[in-house]
Write a protein that binds this ligand. Sequence first.
Ligand SMILES: Nc1ncnc2c1ncn2[C@@H]1O[C@H](COP(=O)(O)OP(=O)(O)OP(=O)(O)O)[C@@H](O)[C@H]1O
Ligand SMILES: [Mg+2]
Length: 373
Amino acid sequence: MLRVERLTKIFENSTDQIAGGIRDASFTLDPGTFFTMLGPSGCGKTTTLRCIAGLETPDDGIISVDGRALFDGGGKRINVPVEQRAVGMVFQSYAIWPHMTVAENVAFPLTVMKHRRYSRADIEQAVAKALAVVDLAGFQDRPAPRLSGGQQQRVALARAIVHEPRLLLLDEPLSNLDAQLRDEMRSELKRLQSRIGITTVYVTHDQSEALALSDQIAVIDKGTIRQIGSPQDIYFRPTNPFVARFVGATNLLAGRLVGAANGRGDVEVLGGRKITCLVPSAIADPSSVSVSIRPESVRLVPRADAPTIVGDNCIPGTVTGVVFLGATRRVDVVSDGVTLQVTTAADVLLPADGAVDLLFAPERTVALPGKVS
Ligand SMILES: Nc1ncnc2c1ncn2[C@@H]1O[C@H](COP(=O)(O)OP(=O)(O)OP(=O)(O)O)[C@@H](O)[C@H]1O
Ligand SMILES: [Mg+2]
């Protein structure tokens, strides 16, 4: 449905020489996909979205929707203007215009379309329909500031879908809301998107939002896409340390790969212990790898209870700290001078002497290129 190929837009900043933007971004979305661009502030998310919307002219690349080129930086240069791209957008900085009513806000995209004229009746009907979709039927004449934060966000969404776009572009649409409202709006947004089945490109720097909402996630670092995959892929099978660390908490152990086949391999870590794990990406230098495992994927066993556990995927350690978190506990365990974080159920008994074994399930442990720590 949406195809983005080698999209590049670089900003050279003459004042500070710090270039920004997006480089060589490629992805293809099936119809109805909820696609999220996730990454830290300044990594190029908004730039990419603005290029797709037609608000920014890329330096190079191809953007097409349903086989129709919206931008082509090649020989026959194509650049379809914003108002002919059939995209709906919710911007990052401000949601709606405070000096207008709800109906005026929502109708705005219809009134500025130059290539199509809408009658007053058409506009009223389209506005009523869009407001019904976001559960704000009857709010037409309310001045925009007299709405709650969540209602304002929904008006912004109604405005983005009023002209029935092919593609919905959302730039951190929930960032101005408090935590509880954000959770509610998150679920509402997901329901709304699957109900109208619109292909959506969503931008956020919030990893839990990305995991909860998306079919596919692209993790971006300094203008480069570092991995594209399902939430489960990104979380459990990261292909590089940046993704492993940016999405969720993780433990990284430096080591060397001593053998790999069929996506699995053995890594030698900490004093020669061997960890069998997944190897989801190509590793150019076997002598420089990191093993990544999530705190909740480590099994902690008091040493006294399991004196026989030795060998592969078992690391001995000493408990150095415990933090009570309600449903779970975070336990710090030191092994060969490295501190590992382990999440356990609140009722797991810890030994008085702190001596424990940590078990790494091979299917929850991944080897990544590059040495960290
Ligand atoms: N018009 C511009 N001129 C010069 N540099 C720009 C311009 N717009 C963006 N940049 C730079 O490009 C980089 C990417 O900006 P972008 O707005 O895409 O980031 P972002 O990922 O959306 O970040 P945030 O999460 O903070 O919104 C930044 O380093 C920024 O300083
Ligand atoms: Mg941004």
